[in-house]
Design a protein around this ligand. Structure first.
Ligand code: BES
Ligand code: ZN
Length: 455
């Protein structure tokens, strides 16, 4: 394919453009970056048009805009709907970055910046593959692009857009690069994502901060109490104690678990990479099972009282935490949020008042390995990585995937190329240049195989 040569000869420019995109701090969670989020949308719109789209529009929503573009060649040809996101997670804590998060640098064949992998780098591979195919008259399918700016905050407004535009979005397959592979020697295709329920809790004690000598021991301390309540959410076996939490959890057969256990995984390397002496999780499950098929609960942030320099003897009036639960197939995010709320309130002693505020959620999704789309992705990866990819369930969430199944009745092909070492959501996020270019090639081959296999 000439498109593959085109990718080789335009490598440097493809990287320069990604660098430009990474300079825009499109943090969806923080309203201070609202204007930058829009700038990133405009950047994508322009690049889609430059690459040869018939149209590319900025669609307003109640939140950040969606970029929708398409190239319709012939209605008899199959149609691929590409989904990605141009928003990124907050870059905090900034002081832990070796170079500023929105001033991309290239080091050790990797590009460092917030969003380098998740998902600007991975999403942009699609625009460059599209350009390569268009420039060489080799695009074999119709393509629709739906690139959103709210994935990292739960995709709430995308849901309305999808429901209202079912016809416009009609396609034969959905293609997404927002996941990872096992490692560069062991390519994989993601076939499972977890759901999410995210809440914020507020514990209030006395009506003002108090002197901890005058009142300590006599008045309930909201931070002590919050810690105690959080500790009660899990037992010594690592199980979540919220009544009803596991009732709908999908139970995998021994055969399915044995299949999963075949995936290459090196626990020593995993521990070494994270600098931990041991892993911790639900008893009776392996590390890959703990992230792939079991629901979990984590505190994402906790605060209250005095955290400035030095010491201040204070019994705080309030304590807060942000808590997320990762969910698996058949659990309902809305129901889990309710079960959590009822249980958490019931744990509160009379000395404090508790408020639970739901943030966002999303459902888990499992996709089939039997579809034409999966087979085309498998063949594309085999071509470019020289090895057949294995199906893998991953622990992260992409809320729109379950919604696509529900509303558009379409599975998504989760053809991602990230690695654990990319440190997505962490300081010093990066993306390997090898994976960036290999991804562009693999996506290009996907179109070819998908068109051929659909005939
Ligand atoms: N790219 C991730 C999802 C992901 C990460 C899938 C790792 C598989 C492996 C995505 O951008 C993401 O971070 N999603 C959020 C969704 C949430 C905010 C609703 C997540 O998982 O925390
Ligand atoms: Zn993310």
């Amino acid at each position: 394919m000439q498109a593959l040569d085109y990718i080789q000869s335009n490598k440097d420019r493809f990287l320069e453009e990604l660098i430009d995109l990474l300079k825009i701090p499109s943090v969806s969670a923080d309203s201070k970056f609202k204007g930058d989020v829009r700038k990133a949308a405009e950047f994508i719109q322009k690049k889609l048009m430059d690459a040869g789209a018939d149209s590319a529009d900025i669609v307003e929503t109640a939140g950040h805009p969606i970029v929708y573009g398409e190239k319709m060649l012939d209605e008899k040809l199959p149609t691929v709907l590409v989904y990605g996101h141009y928003d990124v997670q907050p870059a905090d804590p900034y002081e832990l970055w070796d170079s500023p998060p929105f001033e991309p640098v290239i080091k050790n064949e990797r590009i460092y910046a917030r969003g380098a992998c998740d998902d600007k780098g991975q999403m942009y591979m699609h625009i460059k593959s599209f350009e390569a195919l268009m420039s060489n008259n080799e695009l074999p399918c119709n393509v629709k692009f739906m690139i959103e700016g709210e994935e990292e905050v739960g995709s709430d407004n995308l849901e309305a857009f999808v429901r209202e535009n079912k016809e416009k979005l009609a396609a034969d397959v959905i293609l997404i690069s927002d996941t990872g592979i096992i490692d560069n020697d062991n390519p994989s295709i993601t076939v499972g994502l977890r759901g999410l329920s995210y809440v914020e809790v507020e514990v209030t004690g006395p009506n003002r901060d108090l002197h901890s000598g005058m009142y300590g021991g006599a008045v309930g301390n909201p931070i002590n109490i919050l810690c105690d309540m959080i500790a009660k959410l899990q037992n010594e076996k690592g199980e979540i104690t919220i009544p009803g939490f596991y009732k709908d959890v999908e139970v995998l057969s021994d055969e399915q678990r044995a299949q999963m256990a075949k995936a290459p995984f090196n626990l020593d390397h995993y521990k070494k990479e994270l600098d931990i002496d041991d892993v911790k999780g639900e008893e009776g499950y392996s590390t890959l099972e703990r992230t792939g098929i079991r629901p979990t609960l984590d505190v994402n942030g906790i605060w209250g009282g005095y955290t400035g320099e030095g010491a201040k003897t204070v019994l705080p009036s309030k304590a807060y935490a942000k808590i997320s639960m990762r969910l698996v197939p058949n659990q309902s995010s809305e129901e889990i949020t309710k079960l959590f709320t009822d249980h958490f309130m019931s744990l509160a002693p009379a000395s404090v008042k508790v408020k639970v505020t739901p943030h966002h959620g999303g459902e888990a999704a499992v996709v089939s390995t039997g579809s034409v789309g999966y087979k085309a992705a498998e063949q594309a990866m085999t071509d470019t990585w020289g090895k057949q990819p294995i199906p893998m369930r991953e622990g992260g969430s992409i809320p729109i995937v379950a919604l696509f199944q529900d509303v558009l009745k379409l599975d998504s092909i989760l053809l991602g190329f990230g690695l654990d070492e990319d440190a997505i959501h962490s300081p010093n996020e990066s993306y390997g240049l090898f994976n960036y270019y290999k991804g562009i090639e693999t996506i290009t081959m996907f179109y070819k195989h998908f068109a051929e296999m659909s005939r």
